[in-house]
Structure formats: structure tokens, C-alpha cells
Write a protein that binds this ligand. Sequence first.
Ligand code: GLN
Length: 446
Amino acid sequence: ASYKRIAQTEPAVQAFITLNEEGARKQAAELDKQLQEGGERGLLFGLPAGIKDNIVTEGLTTTCASQFLRNYDPIYDATVTKKLKAAQTVTIGKLNMDEFAMGGSNENSSFYATRNPWNTEYVPGGSSGGSAASVAAGQVYFSLGSDTGGSIRQPAAYCGIVGLKPTYGLVSRFGLVAFASSLDQIGPLTKNVEDSAYVLQAIAGYDSMDSTSANVEIPDYTSALTGDVKGLRIGVPKEYLGQGIDPKVKEAVLAALRVYESLGATWEEVSMPHTEYAVATYYLLASSEASSNLARFDGVRYGVRADNPDNLIDLYRRSRSEGFGQEVKRRIMLGTYALSSGYYDAYYLKAQKVRTLIKRDFDQAFEKFDVLIGPTAPTPAFRIGEQVGDPLTMYLNDILTIPVSLAGVPAVSIPCGLADGLPVGLQIIGKSFDESTVLRAAHAFE
Ligand code: GLN
């Protein structure tokens, strides 16, 4: 059924980079056989899953939507890939994204741009745009994405589905091709909150292969979905509903807050004074980390290699010039500059200090509130091509998701209505490792 749906919708949506039809049929047959032989059903038994193409899958091409890795067949599975297999899902294919997860519209994929199933003239968001569009188009039951500055939540918002960025450290990053290691987190994109809780259950947990993996107890996420939010204290950061927010988005968020009131929750405005510095801080830190992480792509160890190099330096230079797209090169240059001696203190170190101040805004708000609520993005999806020549405008789309990433706390985006026929996302932010409360609040609204 999944592949049938893909055959119908994929020409218009273009969510996948690689399909795994033969492999998926084998996986399904194997699961069937195990069941016949009296085996137990796994948590996600038989569910068709899509995986973002920056999460490695053994024997299944993993490109990061980059020409550099167009021929890269990993020899191992990411921890999350292994965990999905253990939960007995079926891997339908690998999903399109902005190259190396750098972008917010999918237009930075070096293959083609995925389109928004609600209106194919609009972007699906990014960088996990393929992951969001595929779920919204009914091609897969759920998908995995990665979120560094909003890449799960923003495309979920644009495509009208549920996208959860877990607390930094809750889900292993082993086998996730690194963009900015201090920010990257893998999480589920699903049709509803209950599904999100199930997928999180399957992928969360300590992993000795990831040095930043948190050794915390994993609660039963679905048992948190009680429907009860009586007495829940909601903070609404006033900076998240101010300048630059589309009035229709603001209206949808205020309507959602009234729903929470009717369910017995209370809300109050709170100030997050360092919000205005978040975008600049993020683009310095994320680009710095990216410039270091992407140094491994040298034409020797992974992916493509330039033909007939004159010498080693020529090999490096031409492999990187030919392999990376424009946005990736821009980030490498920004990051290399910010980390270079003489500028390090002024840019990188300063940004680290501001990151701490942003984190403190959250710590202070959570002394008083159980969750924070605001929009996921300032506007609904925009038209393909509309912002592509203007990286600064593109960067500003992330203003509401980036502070959360810098603080490392969990947040979910759930649909909260339409503006001009396109979905609006409501962002619910929680305390570190308190995914249960985030999911409970999200589920009560559905
Ligand atoms: N849009 C943001 C960026 O371009 C976030 C990307 C992400 O979360 N991977 O960096």
C-alpha cells in the first residue's frame, strides 16, 4: 500500500531520494515469517517508515542530499536505524532534505526540491522536508528527521503534521551525519501525538557509541497521554508573538491558548530577553561546528573523488569544490572565519557566552511554568523560489525554533489550524528530559 501511494503521489511531491522496495519486501516477509513461527510483535511491528537521508542505513545509499555522497553506501546502521529494526518497522526509503541539513525549505537539496503536499507550489520546509512531506502525503506512517535549529519542527508545521525534537542527548546521534554536533538531535515526524510517543519510545535511550548520550531513565511516553492538562502552567514568550509574526499565525496560536484555558490550564506572558540574539548566535556556532565536521569530506575517505588530480591538495580542493553545494560552502566559510585565530574570541567565544544567556532565559521561565507555547514559525510555508536568493531572510525563518535548540530542551510542533489554506504549527516547549509533559500537553489539544 505504501509503494502504491508513493507511485500515485511521488511525481508531484518528490519526497524520496532512494526507495528500498526490494529490501522492504524482504524485511516484511521476514517479519511475517518470525510471527508465523510464534515470535513476539515488536513495538512498531510492520509499520512503513521513512528515514532522512543523513541517517546511515547499512547497504542503503545515504547521500545527505549532497553530490559529495551520491554514491555512499554505509557499511553500518545508525543506532536509531538499529532500534527501528528492533522495533520491527519496514524501511520504505531515504528522504530528501537540504544538503547536509543546511536549510529550511528543501531547495538546498542537490537533487530536487520536495514539494508541500498541501500545495505543490509551496516548500515543505526543511531541512527534514522530505520526512514531513512523505508523512503528510500518506506515503509512510512515520519518518525520522533531524533537528539542529528547527529542521524537524518547522517542516512539520509547514506540512500540518507532528514533529518532535527531543532533549539534546535523549536520542543517540551515532550514525547521524554530523552538522553541528552540540545541537543535532534525531526525532519522529508523525500524523499525531500518540504515534510520536510510540516512535520516541523506540528510539530514545543511552548509547555508549555517542559521547553526549544521556544516561537517563526512559519513561513510558504513551502513559503520559492522559488528556488532562488541568492546572498546567503555560508561559507564552512575548518575543515569540511580536514583530515579524504573521497576524494569522498569531491568531491561530491565541485560539489554541483559549482551548488550553477551556481545558483548565492557565497561561501568562513571560519575557525571554535574549531571543533577539539567538539567530546570530546559532549561525555562528552551527557554522563553526559544521566547518569542522565537514573537514572529513576530503575526497579520500567518503563519497566522490575528483578525477585525475595533479597532487593531494588539488584532490582535496577539487573534490570539495565539486562535491559541496553553495549553501554548504557558505557555512564552511563562515565557520572557518569565526574559528580562525584573531576572530575566535570575538565571534565563537562570544556566541558561546550568549548561548548560556539564552539557556538561562529558559531555566528562569521553567521555574514558573511547566511548558512554553508559541508559534513554530513566523509564517506558514512560502512559495518555492520566493526566498532562495536571500539567505538572511531564510535564516530569520528559524527565529522561533533556534532558541530551543541552543538551550537543548525538547519541543514539539503540532498543527493548530490554517492560514490562507496552509497549516500553522503550534510549538510546545518543555524542560530538559520532560518529553512526557510536552507530549501530554500536545495530545490534550489534538
Ligand atoms: N534552517 C536551519 C539551518 O539552516 C536549521 C537546519 C536544521 O535544523 N538542520 O541551519
